[in-house]
Write a new protein. Structure first.
Length: 498
């Protein structure tokens, strides 16, 4: 007698349940074995990298880097006061992050009324004065209120805070330039450099990017000052050249990379140590990933092996980046290109990309920061030469025929282009002059400068100056969006309030 159809169906369902159970069990066992393999292989590779780094760069870990930092009382710590002031500025401007790039408007043109109103509203929205900001330059920099990597992971909003004060100063400089007050405008420019230097004490790479951004914004403001003001006192030009030179020396990427490497190593160890550590970190940065449920438990177990195995590659690549950052600035572009190629070759392997996913991803950000550093130094160097050119014009009522003639008349050594190691280029235009670097593509594009900060590669980096008769030109009325409403929307500036 053959079994009935319901009986056969029950037997098949029972077999299917057994198959599913066995498949799940085998999958769990495979995951366990895979995780153990990753930990064994990764641990062996990591021990070798750490031993090599201990010998070549003693004191590289996070706790060791912080051991010798001065301990200051809160009332004497300029970083803490700067953070409080920056929060006050952010609240006053409704949380808006920055002013837009002034590249989109020629620096020798006056502002249209709508832009002037927005600048004035931005500057007047903050209950602040220059004397209060100036106090920070005389205080010890100290450190941020927290130096544990876990807290930096959760409080990364600290990094952009000083930029709020710097952008308020930028608005002040632009307004003074519009009213033909070069002394006040350049004074605000000096404070921009001082303020962000005070605020950047501890957070690694993110704050370094903030320094680069503030420096570029400040230089754009200086370009507007020289394009809108009739005459700057020669002694102030000399003083500003010295200020920019000091800022370029202070803006060093190697210490930032060294701290970022220590932070990255610490956090990856935390991620790899166990479910509790991983969940604790995730609950701080992203609460939805830190919940103790089945899905997040499986996800944590999966990524722990990746983090453990990726530590060796991440530490090795970041150490290579630190070593490159210690080389002369003019050699770094080619070396970072080679590092990017090596990282790309590793990513081309599907197996290596899977096993070392976290290690490969981190280095891409480092290379992008290195590029921003070179572009910022190119801008700072061009600004130094531009100020010397303005000194020459005030002295001789003409522009020099070459930078060699400038060196003979003005006490300045023409800096090298950080992208190709050759002297900066000099272009005489019909309405003024341009000093420029070849930029990221290392191709001389004839002094063609970008209209805004972007990833364009067919442009140069530089600084423009205008003949006196071409300064303070009436604004061109066209279809350009008003100040504060660029391609990225209102976050580029302060929109008019309803």
């Amino acid at each position: 007698m053959q079994p009935s159809a319901p009986s056969r169906l029950r037997r098949w369902l029972k077999r299917l349940r057994k198959i599913v159970v066995w498949c799940v069990a085998l999958a769990v066992l495979a995951a366990l074995i895979f995780n153990v393999v990753l930990r064994v292989i990764g641990g062996r590779e990591l021990r070798a990298v750490v031993a090599r780094l201990d010998a070549d760069d003693p004191g590289w870990r996070w706790d060791e880097l912080n051991a010798d930092k001065p301990k200051l009382q809160d009332e004497d710590n300029a970083c803490l006061k700067m953070l409080a002031l920056a929060r006050q500025v952010r609240e006053s401007i409704d949380g808006e992050d920055s002013l837009p790039s002034m590249r989109e408007r020629p620096a020798n043109e006056q502002f249209v009324e709508r832009d002037l109103q927005l600048l004035a509203a931005y500057a007047n929205a903050v209950p602040l004065n220059l004397a209060k900001v100036r106090e920070f330059g005389e205080m010890p920099r100290g450190q941020w209120p927290s130096t544990t990597p876990e807290e930096l992971f959760s409080k990364s909003d600290w990094a952009p805070l000083p930029r709020h004060v710097a952008h308020w100063l930028h608005a002040q400089a632009l307004l003074h330039s519009y009213h033909n007050r070069p002394v006040d405008a350049i004074g605000a420019f000096h404070l921009q450099l001082d303020v962000h230097g005070v605020g950047n004490c501890d957070v690694p790479m993110m704050n370094f990017l903030g320094q680069c951004a503030v420096n570029r914004t400040a230089i754009r403001g200086l370009e507007h000052t020289l394009g809108k003001c009739d005459k700057c006192p020669p002694e102030l030009l000399v003083q500003t050249r010295k200020k920019i030179f000091d800022e370029a020396n202070r803006l060093q990427i190697a210490p930032a990379f060294r701290r970022e490497r220590a932070w990255l190593f610490h956090m990856m160890r935390v991620m790899a140590e166990g479910p509790h550590s991983f969940g604790k970190v995730m609950s701080v940065a992203a609460p939805e990933l830190g919940r103790d449920d089945l899905w997040n438990g499986i996800r944590r177990w999966e990524v722990r092996g990746w983090y453990w195995h990726s530590q060796a590659l991440a530490l090795d690549l970041s150490t290579q980046a630190v070593d490159i950052a210690r080389q002369p600035l003019e050699e770094q572009a080619a070396l970072f290109d080679k590092l990017a190629e090596r990282s790309k070759e590793r990513r081309s392997s599907a197996l290596d990309m899977y096993w070392n996913s976290q290690g490969n991803l981190a280095i891409n950000e480092w290379i992008a920061v290195a590029s921003a550093n070179l572009r910022t130094h190119a801008t700072l160097r061009c600004a130094q030469v531009a100020l010397a050119l303005e000194e020459f014009r005030l002295k001789h009522d003409r522009w020099p025929n070459s930078l060699a003639e400038l060196e003979k008349e003005i006490d300045i050594k023409i800096p090298l282009d950080p992208f190709d190691g050759r002297p900066l280029r000099y272009l005489k235009r019909t309405d003024g002059v341009t000093v420029y670097s070849v930029g990221r593509d290392r191709t001389d594009n004839g002094g063609k400068l970008p209209k805004k900060w972007s990833d364009q590669r067919d442009v140069d980096e530089g600084f423009q100056l205008w003949d006196p008769k071409h300064r303070r030109q009436p604004p061109v009325i066209d279809d350009r969006p008003p100040l504060g409403f660029g391609p990225m929307g209102p976050m580029q500036g302060i929109p008019p309030k309803e």
